[in-house]
Write a protein that binds this ligand. Structure first.
Ligand SMILES: C[S@@+](CC[C@H](N)C(=O)[O-])C[C@H]1O[C@@H](n2cnc3c(N)ncnc32)[C@H](O)[C@@H]1O
Length: 371
């Protein structure tokens, strides 16, 4: 009995009322497996594990009946349910970040006397990250020919290629038969006329048969997936060859070397805490990782692209095309940009980053995973 927790202690730790716990017991959702000598409900480690799942699903807004079905589903185990929860929580975080961006825009517009349209208002509450920031994407995001050359070389002689998280179609090779998959309607709508056919689907559940493609590629997208490992395994399932352009979050070395995250936006590290290691990502496709050096004049405006052109980060349209700036929140963004602006004006940035000016390419943790 010493390893059991009393109902009062459980309520205190979990931040719920004892009445709630009694109710869960009465409806058979979380039944404490023991009683203390005084007759109080007592929770074992297994009871607590179940309660933790129930409360987490509850906080995500699930109804008690739905939760009972989820936690009693014989087809899933605790690990699968934790992964599901994690995905739902990340989705909720992204949705909140996207809503904050929407609200900031509306506040700015209102301050200038502009009323948000009904469509804009509805878009804000339905916000998914790319549904909100997606329209800013094409301003700076496009194929960089040198990175494309590495990706296309890794595709080898593949004739049929699946592009997962395809966005607006950057890096799709023109000389192969490409099928694209992209869950954001805003991104799909911005694919140029004549781009490869694009399906509304997610990496974690690809609507294709095993081995349907010669190769599957994914560029700058894996860090957005709810379950990167599941998505990579899906790519492996549907294609004989897999090529993924992503970054190595496990090495802090490059993060410390990149002046933007080191000196101005340390909050970036917080976005990577749950990110799988490069070894886990590579293992999921049974492949290898190669560094991709970023040219100083990279044509694709992703987060690291302007490492030798610091003034670019002062530009609103440059930042709006990169999800990192939305995810860290408006306050961190403002502080980072103000600090950088001051340091560029005072010469402090140039003084601190003398070595950067001498480089034509930099290793900033970007990697090509190939299997
Ligand atoms: C930074 S963009 C990259 C787009 C494109 N691959 C490129 O290189 O320009 C990331 C894309 O991943 C998509 N995405 C987000 N979650 C996804 C998921 N679970 N499965 C597939 N794509 C996803 C987003 O909608 C977005 O279009």
């Amino acid at each position: 009995m010493e390893d059991h927790l009393t109902v009062g202690r459980v309520a205190e730790l979990a931040g719920v009322s004892v009445r709630t716990l009694h109710h869960y017991d009465e409806i058979g959702l979380v039944h404490p497996s023991a009683r203390t000598a005084a007759g109080y409900r007592a929770y074992s480690a297994a009871d607590v594990e179940r309660l933790r799942e129930v409360l987490a699903f509850r906080r995500l807004g699930f109804g008690l009946r739905e939760i009972a079905d989820l936690v009693d589903d014989p087809a899933t185990d605790a690990v699968a349910r934790l992964r599901r929860l994690r995905g739902l929580l990340l989705e909720q975080r992204d949705r909140a970040a996207a809503m904050v961006t929407g609200i900031d825009r509306e506040l700015e517009a209102r301050a200038m006397g502009i009323e948000a349209t009904s469509e804009d208002q509805l878009r804000m509450v339905g916000a998914q990250l790319y549904e909100t920031i997606g329209s800013a994407y094409p301003a700076t995001r496009r194929t960089d020919p040198r990175i494309a050359a590495s990706i296309w070389a890794a595709l080898g002689d593949a004739r049929t290629v699946l592009n997962v998280g395809a966005g607006t179609g950057s890096y799709e090779p023109a000389d192969r038969e490409v099928t694209a998959v992209e869950p954001s309607a805003v991104m799909r709508a911005q694919r140029p006329a004549g781009a490869a056919p694009c399906l509304d689907a997610s990496a974690e559940s690809l609507p294709f048969e095993d081995g349907a493609f010669d190769a599957a590629m994914a560029v700058s997208t894996v860090h957005h997936w709810h379950d990167p490992i599941a998505g990579l395994r899906e790519m492996r399932r549907v294609a004989k060859r897999v090529v993924v352009f992503t970054y190595d979050a496990s090495s802090t070395g490059w993060r410390d070397r990149f002046w933007l995250t080191r000196d101005y936006l340390p909050e970036f590290a917080g976005l990577l805490t749950d990110w799988p290691s490069l070894a886990d990502l590579t293992r999921a496709i049974d492949g290898r990782a190669e560094p991709v050096l970023i040219p100083w004049d990279c044509a694709d405006g992703f987060f690291e692209a302007y490492w030798r052109r610091p003034e670019a980060y002062l530009e609103e349209h440059v930042r709006r095309a990169v999800s990192v700036w939305t995810r860290v929140g408006a306050e961190a963004e403002r502080r980072a940009v103000d600090g950088l602006r001051e340091d560029l004006a005072s010469g402090r940035w140039a003084e601190r980053n003398r070595d950067v000016a001498a480089l034509d390419t930099a290793d900033l943790g970007l990697r090509l995973l190939v299997a």
